[in-house]
Design a protein around this ligand. Sequence first.
Ligand SMILES: [Zn+2]
Length: 252
Amino acid sequence: MSTSRLANLLKNADRVLVFTGAGMSTGSGIPDFRGPQGVWKRRRPVYYDEFMTSYEARVLHWDFKLEGWLQFRDAKPNQAHLALSELDQMGRLDALVTQNIDGLHQLAGHPEGRVIELHGTNREIECQTCGKRMDPDPIFAQFERTRKPPLCECGGFLKPATISFGQAMPYDKLTGAFAAASRADLVFAIGSTLEVEPAASIPRSAKEHGALYVIINQGTTAQDHLADLRIEGDATAILPDAVDELRKLLGR
Ligand SMILES: [Zn+2]
């Protein structure tokens, strides 16, 4: 049975890398933006250059972010997030890299500095000039009231701290993630279709460096052919059982 196989792999590995995608959070009510009902089927994404050069594009982007804000703000971690946090507390997790912008790994108890958020976070607003970070609630309330794209006190454009289309991923996040990939001996890709680059290169790079590769997802992924173990299904059903089993194996 795959649960006990997963637990055994986790027990025998020295450096486990976990990579998570949208499927991790659908059980928390966060929609998959790229899925069949995803937002990009009805909205045109605003590219970073447009955001920085066009007032109308900034209104459009803030309107899009406002639409999803309450759902993000009120989302709670699910059983799969909690299981990964437990794995970390058991000292069985070397690194956690996520494509998600919902901050749910941290809300599940994962220490802030130990989650590599490749695509940034929706839980903070960032000034594009001075880099100051702030709490989203009052800024969304201001935009909702005025419909004017908010500005920092320095005059810079404020933007939710997610990586926009056409915006480079933070160099330190990418290098941290690839470093974790190069030292991993076991890598899990969970809830990702593994189509978005360069993020999807991270678990693949771990595999290329010799790690055992486990893919857990509902539906096929772009890297199924590379997996040593491919589990079809929902992480919220699979991970808690695997971590329970691991705890028994470790006698805790
Ligand atoms: Zn500023």
